[in-house]
Design a binder for this molecule. Structure first.
Ligand SMILES: Cc1ncccc1N[C@H]1CCCS(=O)(=O)C1
Length: 105
């Protein structure tokens, strides 16, 4: 039911935030510091924004939560080279999240 799906989302987010490679994704990208970001990335997303949306009951179900987590990693791939530190962190975190989802199914 909705409450148990919401509890699963909170646990999944806590596990993402605890990962050593989560640092690029913990807060919104500062587009005043990261030149070009605002123009290139149409729908910015990060773990703190996901947490706020969870707390404000803005996710309809597990799938809408998963869509925002994947948006974090899709934005990362669009803006960062695969061989950059942040690009590699994004690939590692996407693989970790995918494995978490398969454990919980
Ligand atoms: C996810 C991402 N994509 C592109 C550029 C930057 C980032 N993340 C930044 C988040 C704040 C700290 S940082 O500035 O070192 C890295």
């Amino acid at each position: 039911d909705d409450n148990s799906q919401l509890a699963v989302c909170r646990v999944l987010l806590a596990e993402l935030e605890a990962h050593k490679d989560a640092w690029p994704f913990l807060t919104p990208v500062n587009h005043k510091v990261i030149l070009g970001y605002r123009k290139v990335i149409k729908r910015p997303m990060d773990f703190s924004t996901i947490k706020r949306k969870l707390n404000n009951n803005l996710y309809f179900n597990l799938d809408t939560f998963i869509a925002d987590v994947n948006l974090v990693f899709d934005n990362c791939e669009k803006f960062n080279e695969d061989d950059s530190d942040i690009g590699q962190a994004g690939h590692n975190m996407r693989k970790f999240f995918h494995e978490l989802l398969h454990l919980k199914k």
